[in-house]
Structure formats: C-alpha cells, structure tokens
Design a protein around this ligand. Structure first.
Ligand SMILES: Cc1cc2nc3c(=O)[nH]c(=O)nc-3n(C[C@H](O)[C@H](O)[C@H](O)COP(=O)(O)OP(=O)(O)OC[C@H]3O[C@@H](n4cnc5c(N)ncnc54)[C@H](O)[C@@H]3O)c2cc1C
Length: 468
C-alpha cells in the first residue's frame, strides 16, 4: 500500500464525529423559542462565551432573568470541538501579546492568570468535573530554526517569573519520544487541560439549576430597538430584553458588522483509539501535559483521560465569503495530511488507529485575540475572535462583555485590547485572495527556516499577523 493510500485508509476508518460529544450526557434538548418572551438579559450563542456570561450575570445579580439562545444546540460550535488546552493567555500567547499590546501586557498577563485560577475554583464550587489536568505544557522544536525561538521564549518566560525549562533533544525525548524532536520547552503552570464537553455541559447544567432558560434551534435573525428594550427575533419567536450579549464567535452574526473583524477558519482534529500499555511505553508519555510544535503552522496534541492522543491543527482553511457549514467539516485532504504528520512524528505508533475525526470553526481577528463592540447605545455588547486560545479567554471575554453591556467602567474595559478594534479584513473578493495568498506565504516561511518573506513583513509592519 502506498503512504498516500495508507493515510486515506487511516481517516476513512475514523468516525466523522466530534469525539468529545460522542457519548451520553448532553444537557437538554431545549425547546426552540416560540412566541413572545421577555428577560432582563438575552445571550445569543450557547458556547463557552455565552455560558460564562450567563454564569457571571447569575452569580453577581441573582434574580436577573436570563435567556440563552443557540442556532443549533448548547456547545454546538468551537466550544465542544476544541483541543481542551485551557491557557491563561488572553492574547494568543506571550509573543503575540507583547507585540500588539506592549503597554497593557503586564495587566493582561495578570488578569489571564487570575482568570484561570478563578475558573478552577469556580468549577470546584459548582461541582463541575471538567477533567482538569494541571501537568502544564511542552513546546517542541522539530526544525533547527525553532530551537532558538524556544530558547528566547524560555528566557522571557523566566524573566516574567514563570517556571520554564529548556531541554535538549534527549531531555525532550525522555518526556515524550519522537525522533523528530530537536529541543523542548517544559512549562509548568499557566495552562491546564480540560475535557471540552464536560466543561460546556457542566456549565449549562449548573445554569439551568440557577434558573437560566435555554432555547436551542433558535437562530437569531435580527435584534432591533423597541422603545427602551431590544427585541431579539428568531424564526418562530422573539424575546425583549434591556440588555443583549452576542456571543456567536466565528459565525459573526446577527450583528453583521462583526464580519469586518472576525473570520471563520476551519481547524481539523484527529483522535486515536486508546493506546495499549506497550504503545504508550513506546513513546514514554506519562504526564498528561499538552504539546505543540513551534512552526507558524503547528500541531497541538494531548492525551485524554482514557489514554488516546488528540492530534490537531496545522492545516487551517478559510472559505470565501466567511463560508461556514457542515460541508467544511469533513475535508479528506486536511485529515489525511494530519494523519501523515502523526505517523511521521510517532513512527512507533504505526499500528494505532484513528477513531474520530472532525473540524470546527475558529473565529479569528487580524491580531489573533478577541475583539469587542457595542450597539444600540451600549445595550448590546459583542465579543468574538479568540483565535486558537478561547477556552480560558472566553471566561474573561464574557466578563468584559458583561461590563460593557452593564455600562461598568473597569480596569478590563480600559484596556486597548477592549477599546480598539484590530485592522478589519478587506471585503470579498479581496478577503479570500489576501487570506489564501497569506497562507501560502506562511507555509513558505516555515520551509524557509522561519524567515518571513516580504508580504509577511509588510503585514507585520501594519500590525497584522496570520498563522494557523
Ligand atoms: C478544532 C478547534 C480546536 C480548538 N482548540 C482550542 C484549544 O485547544 N484551546 C483553546 O483555548 N481554544 C481552542 N479553540 C478555540 C475555542 O474553542 C474557541 O475560541 C471558544 O470555544 C469560543 O467559544 P464561543 O462561545 O465564543 O464560540 P462557539 O463555541 O463557537 O459558540 C458560538 C455559538 O453561537 C451559535 N450561533 C451562531 N450564530 C447564531 C445565531 N444567529 N443565533 C443564535 N446562536 C448562534 C453557534 O451555534 C454556537 O453554538 C479551538 C477551536 C476549534 C474549532
């Protein structure tokens, strides 16, 4: 069998379903919104942002009536499809944060760590078992040019008081054995691993107990002013409220303006069958830390509690016109490419099969971090665009959105990240052309020793970045 056929066979055998939600335990189903309703606060989108916003609002103002509407189902979007890396960073990592918000970075870092710590306390208090693992993170270099990048990162992390150990090839391979590794950076603290579905489902169940009303299959089509309130309309119903938070992330609706700043990028994931003991021994992976390689286009991977490897990233795709839908979730070429990279990284696991494959939409901005906005004299606030690090940041983003909609001036709302929008994406057809061209240039930079070409340098100079 040729290698190409092998990888196609690999992924054909895998179930085209999100592993995390392929089990019992989902809350609901909740009835769709029919008829006329009222609430104090309507939240559009029942992903992590919407759920955290509902939780903050409930705990801080008990008695506030809250309605959460989702076009499909609770956690339908990125929130149950992700890798479960829950990082303290609110800025898509250290470098990106220092580059775009140097003046606020200390504050953003402090808030990010506080957010992660508070989240764990809150989950414990609510009795939500999100399968949190605190083993931290391992960054690996599989190209010579990435070794220096890891060394720079180790230095700056240590200067900021973080526990970061630079490892040579053998030190890295002692923690996790791949013949491709040249160096590693082991970081303790600042990130945990979670089970995304257990987190989302746990939050929704806790909120239902607190009296929050959920409606699924309730796509919001418009939000308009009706006197002192806003009317949130779906196909079969409406809900009037004084305050509305829009948390639809990559969908960038029903507030059309969000599309100026947020685009959907489809990210792909594979899950293996549980590894046998000899298979696990062959790679020596004991501690459940998250791993990522260090190219511009990178893979992220982790262990699950039942001993599988989740393997995702690298080939992230944009479809013209902010294209979204199930037709983009099953891209054979992307999954086969991921399978081939997995086999090359862990040749010892040649006999391990993939059980699941899926994809999901990442909402991204030109600065790779969430952006915020208000409408209707501040009675509506929206937040979207966490890029690949929204599991932890969505809790903070939800907090900011609540501040904005409640008209609270806080240290959070004063941040440049909150007040200033990133550079907008151009309209179509230029949007698609620019993004596809940029993707090619990023791949070329990875092949070219990490050296950005002229186009990427130009983007960087005008404050725009782009990676997977
Ligand atoms: C494959 C993949 C891997 C990822 N891995 C990681 C990771 O390991 N770590 C990390 O930190 N981040 C990761 N992310 C990103 C992270 O999952 C997201 O940033 C985060 O879940 C965003 O949450 P959200 O609630 O804002 O959006 P979503 O979870 O996408 O929720 C938006 C919701 O809005 C609903 N909706 C859309 N339009 C409407 C409408 N008109 N009316 C009503 N409802 C509507 C959708 O149905 C959806 O449920 C990953 C994302 C993907 C796709």
């Amino acid at each position: 069998m040729t290698r190409v056929n092998r990888h196609l066979e690999d992924i054909t055998a895998a179930k085209p379903t999100v592993f995390w939600t392929d089990r019992e335990g989902a809350p609901g189903p909740y009835e769709s919104l029919v008829g006329e309703h009222t609430a104090d606060l309507v939240i559009v989108g029942a992903g992590l942002t919407g759920l955290w916003a509902a939780l903050h609002a409930t705990l801080e103002q008990p008695g506030r009536s809250i309605v959460v509407l989702d076009a499909k189902a609770v956690g339908f979007g990125a929130s149950t499809r992700n890798g479960g890396f829950c990082d303290a960073s609110l800025t898509h990592g250290l470098w990106n944060g220092l580059r775009h918000w140097p003046d606020d970075y200390d504050t953003l870092e402090r808030m990010g760590h506080q957010n992660l710590a508070d989240m764990q306390v809150q989950l414990d208090a609510l009795g939500i078992d999100a399968a949190v693992d605190t083993a931290g993170f391992l960054g690996v270099a599989d190209r010579e040019w990435q070794v220096d990048d890891l060394a720079d990162e180790a230095e700056i992390l240590r200067a900021r008081g973080r526990e970061a150990t630079l490892l040579d090839a053998s030190g890295t391979r002692a923690l996790l054995d791949s013949p491709t590794y040249l160096a590693g950076l082991r970081v303790h603290g600042g990130s945990v691993m979670v089970d995304p579905a257990q987190l989302v489902w746990g939050l929704a169940t806790a909120l239902e107990t607190q009296g929050v009303r959920f409606h699924e299959d309730s796509r919001v089509t418009s939000i308009e002013r009706q006197g002192p309130t806003l009317e949130v309309r779906t196909e079969h119903g409406s809900c009037r409220a004084e305050r509305v938070i829009v948390a639809t992330n990559a969908w960038a609706e029903p507030v059309r303006q969000i599309r100026n700043w947020v685009i959907p990028i489809y990210d792909h994931v594979l899950m293996t069958e549980p590894l046998s003991e000899p298979q696990r021994d062959s790679i020596g992976w004991v501690e459940p830390f998250g791993v990522s390689d260090s190219g511009n286009q990178f893979h992220y991977y982790r262990l699950t509690r039942d001993g599988r490897i989740l393997w995702g990233g690298y080939d992230a795709n944009y479809y013209a016109g902010n294209g979204m839908g199930p037709e983009y979730e099953n891209r054979t070429a992307s999954h086969a490419l991921l399978a081939s990279h997995f086999r090359a990284t862990f040749p010892q696991l040649d006999d391990v099969a993939f059980s699941h494959r899926w994809a999901g939409p990442i909402g991204t901005t030109s600065k790779f971090a969430a952006t915020f906005g208000t409408r209707h004299d501040g009675q509506l606030a929206w937040v979207a665009g966490y890029t690949g690090l929204g599991v932890g940041a969505s809790r903070w983003g939800a907090r900011v959105a609540l501040d904005l909609v409640d008209g609270i001036d806080s240290e959070r709302t004063d941040l440049a990240l909150v007040r200033r929008k990133p550079m907008p994406f151009p309209p179509e057809p230029f949007r698609n052309t620019v993004i596809q061209y940029t993707r090619k240039q990023i791949a070329r930079a990875d092949e070219n020793g990490g050296q950005d070409g002229r186009w990427l340098r130009l983007l960087s100079a005008i404050g725009v970045g782009f990676d997977s």
